[in-house]
Design a protein around this ligand. Sequence first.
Ligand code: UD2
Length: 314
Amino acid sequence: MPDTESVLVTGGAGFIGSHTVERLLARGCRVRVLDNLSSGTRANLPMDHAGLELLEGDVTDADVVSVAMQGMEYCLHLAAQVSVDRSVREPAFSCRQNVLGFVHVLDAVRRHGVRRLIYASSAAVYGNPVSLPVSEEAEPVPISPYGLEKQIDEQYAALFERLHGLSSLGLRYFNVYGPRQDPSSHYAGVISIFVSRLQRGEAITIYGDGSQSRDFIYVGDVARANERALFGHATGVCNVATGRSLTLLELVHLLSKFSGCCETDFRPPRDGDIHDSLADVNRMAAWLAMRAETPPEEGLRLLWDACTAARVMP
Ligand code: UD2
C-alpha cells in the first residue's frame, strides 16, 4: 500500500468522521477534513498530526467543495444534517444540506477525477421494514424527509455511475454508538443518552415497555467499514450493522453492570417509533469482507470508560 493515499473526509470532525480519520491517519493516508463545525469539533481530531488538514466550510457551498476536492484520490462524504426530527420540522433546510450538498460532492468528485466516493446513507431509507432482517433488496419506503433525502442521494450516485462511470458505495448505517456522540443533541442515540444519565445518577426514560430492539453497531466497527469501503471496489449500497439486535431492556441490563442499579421511568412509546430493527449483513460480509466484531459488552465498556474519562478531565 502506498503511503500517499489522499482522502477528503467531509464531516470528518464529527462522531463517525473523527473515528474514521484516526484509522486513515494510522494507515498512513493524507487526510483532509471539510467540516462546518456545526456539530463536529476540533477537539475530536488529532490537530497536530502532520497528515491532517482541516478546512472549515459547508458542503452547500460548491466552491468550497471544489477547493477541498483538489488533489484528492478518495472521498468519504459524511457531512449531513443528521436529525430526523429536524428534517420533519425544516424539510427545505434538510434537503439543502443532504441533497444539494451531496450533489456538490458528486459533481466535484467527477470534475476532479477522484477515484472513488463512499457516502453515508442510513437504515432510515427502509422506513418500517416489512420483514427482518432487512436486506438491501427490500424496497425503500422512507417515513421521514431525512430517509427520503438519503434515498435520493443513492439514486444520484447510481445515475452518476451510469452517466460518468463514477465509482461509489453508499453505506446504510444502522444504530451507531460510541465515544464522541453528543448525548445532549436532539438526535442523540439512546445509548449515549442512557450512559450520560446513568453517570450523573439520573433516572433513564424508556419509551414503551423496553421490548423494542435495534441493531447497535460500535463506531470503531463503522470506521473500519468506511476504510474497507474506500479501498475496495464494490459499488451500490450496503448495510453497515452487526446482524444482531438488542432490546432496550437487555441494553439497560448490560449498562447496570457498570452503573450499579439504575432507576427507570417508563413512558408511552414515541410517535413513529419502529418496534424492531435488524440488518441482513450478508452483503457487508461479501463486499467489505468484514463483520462487526465488537460485542455490546465491550463497546459499552469502551463508551462508559471514555465518558468517565471525559467527566474527570479538568
Ligand atoms: C434512529 C435514528 C433516527 C432515525 C431512525 C430510523 C438516532 C439517534 N436515531 O432512531 O434518527 O434515523 O433510526 O429508523 O440515530 N428511547 C428511549 N429512551 C430514550 C431515547 C430513546 O426509550 O431516552 C427509545 C426510542 O423510543 C427507540 C429506541 O430507544 O425505541 C432507540 O431510539 P434511538 O433514537 O436511539 O434510535 P431509533 O432507531 O429509534
